[in-house]
Design a binder for this molecule. Structure first.
Ligand code: 13P
Ligand code: SF4
Length: 352
């Protein structure tokens, strides 16, 4: 949708008043009306790395979802304030693993006699509590752009990995990139006693996958892939690794949002692509590459509703409040959680 010119002007004016005091980060799934005001855009890895790039900025306005703002708070200085323009911008996947559930899972692994062999690897898309759990137990964070490197590292530290909370990224990376089989992976269901697994199943597994998923990427199906191949002969199917395993197996290429952007930049004119990721990004890519045919993989629209909560009115309100000296919507992780979560995040940032 075209942005309201008054709001665009107000956002511009407020940002100008704030000058170097504000640093605006924008995830690739954000709306165009918001992304136009981002100083830096990126996937979740790039944004975690770049969050600390402006130590002189008093305010970091994070146009993305809650777990990203928490990570930015953990990785930036104590005097820098991270702000999320709408506090209701959560992530349903991150909510699928709570601190209590994960503590209970660790007890189950301990009882099965395997906890010492297990290294936790947690997807960036998780709460600060889960990142702290990961740090405390010697594990690392990963994103969709470094999941293989994170797993390589983890399997140097131990024999098994507990992968949280996205079963699909875990399974896809293990099977597609690490040569494991589907039988090496078991699914831990936090809503069942003992995760729904026997001690023997746990002892035989290499990858213990948490039963979480992304509701946006989970909607792509084999039918969407078959349909688009029929509709557009010669199309290349490029999907995010949060998609289901069978969709990833049927795709031509798989990668994070940053990977998808680079692949399309490098693609020859006239090439045809069906993209399996969030719709704001796919539309922006289609507009940026009029010489290529770029379509959304599914027939129905598929925004991430929580990413979309950050809209221009919320951004204007945030920037104007900050410009008037009103600190609104601050995301602040408590010190103890921060300390352990930071260890896990720093292990990720140090991966080769
Ligand atoms: P990336 O930005 O790492 O590709 O992850 C996609 C996503 O779902 C973010 O919430
Ligand atoms: Fe969470 Fe999926 Fe939205 Fe990413 S796209 S923020 S994983 S619900």
């Amino acid at each position: 949708s075209p942005s309201d010119p008054d709001l665009v002007e107000r956002a511009r004016a407020a940002k100008e008043r704030l000058g170097d005091k504000v640093f605006v980060l924008g995830h690739h799934y954000q709306r165009d009306e918001v992304i136009q005001f981002a100083d830096v855009t990126g996937d979740s890895f790039k944004l975690a790395r770049d969050a600390a790039a402006r130590p002189e900025a008093e305010y970091i306005v994070f146009c993305g979802v809650h777990f990203m703002a928490e990570s930015a708070d953990i990785l930036t200085g104590d005097d820098q304030k991270v702000v999320l323009p709408d506090l209701a911008a959560g992530c349903s996947m991150a909510d699928m693993a709570t601190a209590e559930q994960v503590a209970e899972c660790w007890d189950v692994l301990t009882e099965a006699g395997i906890a010492e062999q297990v290294v936790p690897v947690s997807y960036m898309n998780s709460s600060a509590d889960i990142k702290a759990f990961t740090g405390k137990h010697g594990g690392t964070i990963c994103t969709s752009s470094n999941a293989k490197r994170a797993l390589d590292w983890a399997f140097e530290q131990g024999e098994k990995v507990l992968f949280l909370p996205d079963q699909h990224l875990g399974r896809n990376t293990a099977v597609r990139d690490m040569g494991m089989s589907l039988e090496d992976c078991v699914l831990y269901n936090p809503h069942k006693p003992n995760g729904g697994l026997t001690a023997e199943e746990l002892r035989n597994a290499k990858m213990i996958l948490w039963r979480g998923h992304c509701s946006v990427h989970g909607r792509f199906s084999i039918d969407s892939v078959d349909d688009v191949r029929e509709r557009i002969p010669g199309v290349r199917v490029l999907v995010h690794p949060e998609c289901k395993h069978e969709v990833v197996a049927a795709a031509d290429e798989v990668g994070s949002t940053e990977y998808i952007i680079k692949a399309l930049d490098a693609a020859p004119a006239g090439s045809k692509w069906a993209i399996g990721t969030e719709l704001n990004l796919v539309r922006r890519l289609a507009n940026a590459h009029p010489d290529k045919e770029i379509v959304f993989l599914d027939k129905t629209v598929c925004f991430c509703s929580t990413m979309n909560r950050i809209d221009l009115p919320h951004l204007v309100w945030t920037l104007e409040s900050l410009a008037e000296g009103n600190l609104v919507n601050r995301i602040e992780v408590d010190r103890e959680t921060e300390q352990f979560a930071k260890q896990a995040l720093e292990r990720m940032l140090a991966l080769p």
